[in-house]
Design a protein around this ligand. Structure first.
Ligand code: SF4
Length: 429
């Protein structure tokens, strides 16, 4: 058993209360359970209990065994002197405050419904990847929808928080933040590390001074290390421009090398050279990328931010050295949607947190609801149980549910888990 089960039992008061008494035999009444404390100190604050004829206000500390009190050295910690009730599964010892006074104890082991305990153990010890898999179909749809709505919001808060960290690292400059997040997005999965390194090696302040796609390509490909062995007329022109600009901005010391980039096991359309050409086109297209992210309204407008035609050279090539062919490198809708999910949405979520204006968060959610996204390894786990993910919002919600609740078996914090426990659904399956 984990201590969080006892927290759950106490918070919801799911135990038998007839003849409620402390281990000393004094009648006990719980008038207020208190507020769960996430900081240091006792588990529940501002509780009120009546022991005998006396009403006590203070904290409640919860442990599996009473002896855990000494094991955690609470008897020498004044933060725990305000504890008015020690709630334990097993009262194996008498415990005291720093001044030696005895703390009243409530023992729960004979007061918790055996079916609730059985259901809890079944979830904790389940061998299925999703611990409640056996009973998932019996959980009302409304409960699942509510929980997935919550995990979607939590996921966006997390993404927004990460973007806000970047915002702090860039001295609260939103355009520089958007620049970094945009680069990261263009790394997709395979080249995220090198492209983040490139964002560091090519400061936004320099890039902002250049709006011509040719100069932006020179800066990007040059700093990325692709122009070292310049061959061919266009590439030599880029190398010459890069030589001039890198000297002007003293960029050479931070330049990367070609081997930092990954071309393995990927379709040519996803080569980092193509992604850099697309990135140059996007940067050339917008003076203020962050402002455009905040101002866009429709999914088409967001797609248009990313689906910008590349320069003529890149319209027929996959690398700087390949021969021209009849290929076109306009970004596909799938990639644009990936960038909406990983660039536009985190920026909107961060801006919403920063300004306190929820309309940006609501727009981020609307965008995710409009983007169709294929299922992945995680969403398939829920699909096997009968829940189908259709949009990016569904996918993001399922990812968050899996990562933060199902995988660490945090069923007590999950609305679905609460429904299962309350209605004893497992014992009926
Ligand atoms: S966390 Fe929720 S959804 Fe996941 S296994 Fe537990 S009860 Fe089921």
């Amino acid at each position: 058993m984990r201590e969080d089960f006892l927290h759950y039992i106490w918070q919801h008061q799911y135990y038998r209360k007839t003849d409620l008494a402390t281990t000393e035999g004094e009648p006990l009444q719980v008038l207020r359970t208190g507020y769960y404390n996430t900081d240091a100190g006792p588990d529940f604050r501002e509780a009120i209990v009546k022991i005998g004829d006396v009403e006590w206000s203070g904290s409640v500390e919860i442990h599996l065994r009473a002896s855990d009190w000494r094991r955690h050295n609470h008897q020498t910690d004044q933060k725990y002197d305000q504890v008015v009730l020690h709630v334990v599964w097993d009262a194996d010892q008498t415990i005291v405050r720093t001044d030696g006074t005895i703390i009243p104890v409530l023992e729960l082991k004979n007061r918790v419904d055996t079916t609730l305990l059985f259901t809890y153990k079944q979830l904790q010890e389940a061998r299925t990847t999703i611990p409640c898999a056996n009973v998932w179909p019996a959980v009302p749809e409304i409960t699942k929808t509510m929980m997935l709505g919550r995990t979607l919001t939590e996921r966006l808060e997390q993404k927004g928080h990460e973007a806000l960290q970047t915002h702090a690292n860039y001295n609260h400059d939103w355009e520089a933040t958007a620049y970094h997040v945009l680069f990261k997005g263009f790394g997709f999965k395979i080249n995220q590390q090198p492209i983040e390194r490139l964002a560091q090696a090519l400061p936004a302040t320099i890039v902002r001074k250049h709006r011509q796609v040719f100069q932006l390509e020179a800066l990007l490909f040059g700093q990325a290390g692709f122009l070292a062995d310049a061959d061919g007329e266009y590439v030599q022109k880029l190398a010459k421009e890069y030589s001039f600009l890198s000297h002007k901005y003293s960029l050479r010391d931070t330049a990367m090398q070609r081997h930092h980039w990954n071309f393995m096991r990927m379709r040519p359309a996803n080569f980092p050279t193509i992604r850099l050409a697309q990135l140059a086109a996007v940067l050339a297209h917008r003076q203020s990328f962050f402002a455009a992210i905040v101002e866009a309204q429709t999914i088409k407008q967001y797609e248009a931010l990313f689906m910008v035609p590349v320069s003529e050279f890149w319209q027929t090539r996959f690398t700087l050295t390949s021969e021209p062919g009849s290929v076109t490198k306009a970004m596909g809708k799938g990639s644009a949607h990936n960038l909406i999910i990983n660039v536009a949405v985190p920026l909107l979520a961060a801006y919403s947190q920063f300004t306190g204006d929820r309309t940006h968060l609501e727009k981020a959610i609307e965008l995710l609801e409009k983007v169709k996204e294929a299922s992945n390894k995680i969403t398939r786990l829920y699909e096997e149980l009968g829940w189908k993910a259709n949009t990016a919002a569904d996918n993001q919600a399922a990812l968050s549910l899996y990562k933060n609740y199902c995988q660490p078996v945090n069923c007590l914090q999950c609305a679905i888990g609460n429904k299962i426990l309350k209605q004893n659904l497992l014992s009926r399956s």
